[in-house]
Design a protein around this ligand. Structure first.
Ligand SMILES: NC(=O)c1ccc[n+]([C@@H]2O[C@H](COP(=O)([O-])OP(=O)(O)OC[C@H]3O[C@@H](n4cnc5c(N)ncnc54)[C@H](OP(=O)(O)O)[C@@H]3O)[C@@H](O)[C@H]2O)c1
Length: 280
């Protein structure tokens, strides 16, 4: 049976023994001075009890994440910081890692991921990550936007199995082949865009389910993700919604509603590099 988060501090034990929070704050498009205040979002989230932050060099806000962490007063050891490398290559990965570390103003990262399998040098990039882990600079290694054929290709390299795979997951994008592969290989499943990037929150079938619990479509989506045992990282830079998104642990979706959500038609809110060819 899949275990699920009971509160903001619930953790999943990864295949390398590291404990990772199940629930956190997404940081895509969270930028200070543009769409909200990224540093303030991070500080507020940490003060509310969020313990997982998901960023990337691609998001352009690693500095804000670092400032937000420092301003929160929460101990570094209690926070789980995820960032991702966009460009591929052994040397490139190491160079980019040190740049991320500097922007974050941290001396280690909890989870470092290949952002997508489309840079053409997955194995060499991953090899650099393994060395960074051996040096104690990252605690766990992950991949993002990897489909089953990418995970199989990586396994053939003989390098250690990634600890986490992050892919788009919500009722319209369930990626059951990837989820099953991950669970069969002790790779933790981390869902992104759990709120469909805001694009389907008013879907009539979703809203109808929410009404029976007096919950919004957004809350139903977050609870669906939690109840499936996915690591869940809704993005918000709005204080009220950062707070609201913590209200997913004191109620649950009935079996019939989970089944109805599981039958939603397939649709993706964003890119889908999981379908790209494996190029090693
Ligand atoms: N690996 C990848 O390729 C990849 C791709 C996409 C995302 N991600 C990660 O996953 C995280 C989450 O995905 P996402 O940011 O794309 O989309 P998301 O979390 O599905 O949706 C974020 C959108 O929903 C709004 N929102 C948040 N809480 C809400 C609520 N309670 N009610 C109504 N609207 C709400 C946000 O607006 P406000 O900010 O104004 O509240 C924002 O517009 C990202 O931030 C990133 O960390 C990874």
């Amino acid at each position: 049976m899949v275990s699920i988060a009971k509160d903001l501090n619930s953790r999943i034990t990864l295949n390398d023994g590291v404990e990772m929070p199940y629930y956190g704050l997404g940081m895509y498009k969270s930028r200070s001075g543009q769409e909200g205040h990224a540093e303030e979002a991070v500080t507020l989230a940490l003060k509310l009890g969020y313990r997982l932050l998901d960023t990337s060099e691609f998001y352009g806000n690693e500095e804000d994440v670092g400032i937000g962490i420092r301003n929160s007063g929460v101990k570094r050891g209690d926070i789980f910081v995820v960032t991702k490398v966009w460009d591929h290559g052994y040397d490139t990965c190491k160079e980019h890692f040190y740049e991320s570390l500097k922007r974050l103003s941290l001396d280690y990262v909890d989870l470092y991921m290949i952002h997508a399998p489309i840079g053409g040098q997955n194995v060499e990039t991953y090899r650099a990550m393994v060395e960074l882990k051996e040096q104690g600079l990252i605690r766990s290694i992950g991949v993002s936007n990897f489909g089953v054929h990418h995970l199989e290709g990586l396994a053939e390299s003989g390098l250690p199995t990634p600890s986490v795979c992050q892919v788009e997951l919500h009722p319209w994008q369930q990626k059951q082949d990837i989820v099953n592969y991950c669970r069969n290989h002790r790779i933790a499943v981390m869902g992104y865009a759990p709120l469909t990037q805001g694009k389907r929150l008013n879907d009539p079938a979703l809203v109808k389910i929410g009404e029976t619990y007096d919950k919004s479509g957004a809350m139903v989506l977050l609870r669906w993700s939690v109840q499936h045992g996915f690591i869940t990282i809704p993005k918000s830079s709005n204080p009220q919604r950062i707070r609201e998104n913590t209200s997913v642990f004191d109620w649950s979706l009935r079996k019939e509603d989970m089944e109805a959500l599981d039958k939603f038609p397939e649709w993706s809110c964003t890119w889908n590099p999981c379908l790209s060819p494996w190029v090693g």
